[in-house]
Design a protein around this ligand. Structure first.
Ligand code: SF4
Ligand code: SF4
Length: 303
């Protein structure tokens, strides 16, 4: 099975739109599994109209909990906590302590020093790993809770589950909607894939964001090509991206114009209708450009 990642150095460039379109085109000729690894804002299930969704808890680190009835209020846990997570708790005449779950890093030091055994460590739920069905094939995605920092681990979990589904469904292509940026979750999404499509836009920071993503992909040994989205919004910005790609040896496989009709078509996909065929009345410049881009991507990952 081949794995294609669609990612961008920052959010809002249109990578989910392209991922959804690629999944649509690819599913017309092969068995596709989709993985939304943007676990802090998974939009692909919405874009593809996922149904029959089931979710399972995704475990994170541990957190401390104090049994107030067993607490002698000695204060040892307050002294040992380097994160200021233990707070006084006054109930009537009783003075005890409780843990602020937002501050607790789960180091376990308080449980070790507590003389009465009032502190226990319990697993903390960091989010959910979900799977469902779309008209292009099965989908897996993650939903990380706000404030949790295990996005890379959840991305790995999503990819593992997607791989399992691909094996069940004889999937030949996994399409991964990657997280924005170049941090841990992006590394987890790109590692051991066959190709990265880096989506960029003609903004002031576009070249910088693209370059960071290209450098990362090259460090990970993953081939990369670029798509310039909303290409007609800035002539000078678009020219900077073209120059960068030529200088850096990155193939610019397509330029997609800003096209509100493209978003409307994707809305139609979510509601169950397909995309128009080439030449159809509902075809649009944006869709036509995305279709051309898919032709290039297909030659790399789904020949
Ligand atoms: S587990 Fe560590 S961080 Fe959490 S309250 Fe105890 S000492 Fe503080
Ligand atoms: S160390 Fe144990 S007994 Fe002492 S204040 Fe903390 S929870 Fe209570």
């Amino acid at each position: 099975m081949k794995a294609l990642v669609v990612a961008s150095g920052k959010g809002g460039t249109g990578k989910t739109t392209l991922s959804a379109a690629f999944a649509h085109f690819a599913s017309a000729e092969r068995s596709v599994v989709v993985a939304d690894c943007d676990v802090e804002a998974a939009n692909l299930p919405i874009a593809l109209g996922a149904v029959d969704v089931t979710c399972e808890a995704f475990g994170g680190a541990s957190e401390a909990v104090i049994d107030v009835a067993a607490c002698s209020a000695c204060g040892a846990c307050v002294d040992v906590c380097r994160f200021g997570a233990v707070e006084p708790k006054v109930t009537g005449q009783d003075v005890g302590y409780c843990i602020d779950p937002w501050s607790c890093e789960g180091c376990g030091a308080c449980a070790l020093v507590c003389p009465t055994g009032a502190v226990t460590m319990r697993p903390k739920q960091a989010g959910e790993a979900c799977s469902g069905v779309t008209r292009v094939g099965p989908i897996v995605y993650g939903d990380l809770r706000p404030g949790e920092d295990l996005s890379g681990k959840l991305v790995t979990e999503v990819r593992e589950r997607a791989k399992g589904l691909a094996e069940q469904h004889d999937g030949t292509l996994m399409i991964i909607d990657g997280p924005p940026g170049i941090g841990c979750p992006v590394i987890a999404a790109i590692t051991n894939t066959d190709h990265l499509v880096a989506v960029t836009e003609p903004t002031a920071s576009g070249v910088h964001d693209l370059d960071r993503l290209v450098q990362l992909a090259r460090k990970l040994g993953v081939s990369v090509s670029a798509v310039l989205n909303k290409a007609d919004l800035s002539a000078s910005g678009a020219e900077r991206i073209r120059r960068y790609c030529a200088d850096a040896g990155v193939e610019l496989i397509g330029e997609v114009p800003f096209d509100p009709a493209l978003a409307a078509l994707l809305g139609g996909m979510a509601e169950g209708s397909g995309m128009p065929a080439p030449g159809d009345d509902a075809d649009s410049p944006g869709l036509s450009a995305v279709r051309d881009v898919w032709g290039h991507v297909r030659a790399v990952v789904a020949p």
